[in-house]
Design a protein. Structure first.
Length: 156
């Protein structure tokens, strides 16, 4: 299975991570899942607030109303919620134990590593069926990568 995302959408996630640094930022991935082709395609993003203000350096939480709003938005566009994204400030883009304990099966988790210098690496994951670990997914970036602007931020 691989996640296909436009360079423009990935740049928007990176900008969100850079603006939120040193805290984790989060959002939802809207798109289409094609099991037969082994591909999940991201068509839209829905950035959300991180409700864990006291723990935002290492945790994130998306509220139920933001999730419901994303469901309505996805349905209006003939899409589904296919995953979540979040950042890992000053840490590798690998799922944490907290991420595993709170993950849902059958959806993608896109994680972006971010430092004071900017976002630098993205990976995608899915929770194993037995919930014991994550399985890394391929990440296919489609289209031209926008040029960076000052401060490490990317412009889409």
């Amino acid at each position: 299975m691989r996640v296909s995302i436009s360079a423009r959408h990935l740049a928007a996630i990176c900008r969100h991570a850079e603006r939120g640094y040193p805290h984790e930022v989060c959002g939802l991935l809207l798109g289409e899942m094609d099991q037969a082709a082994g591909r999940l395609t991201v068509r839209a993003l829905r950035p959300t607030d991180n409700l864990l203000a006291d723990e935002a350096r290492t945790r994130y939480l998306i509220d139920a109303e933001s999730y419901r709003a994303a469901e309505r938005e996805a349905a209006a566009q003939n899409l589904d919620i296919v995953g979540f994204y979040h950042s890992h400030p000053d840490a590798p883009p690998r799922p944490s134990e907290f991420d595993r304990e709170h993950a849902w099966p059958a959806v993608a988790y896109l994680i972006v590593a971010v430092t004071r210098a900017g976002a630098n690496e993205a990976t995608s994951w899915v929770l194993a069926d037995d919930r014991s670990h994550f399985v890394q997914l391929g990440l296919q970036i489609v289209g031209p990568i926008p040029e960076p602007v000052s401060g490490g931020a990317r412009d889409a």
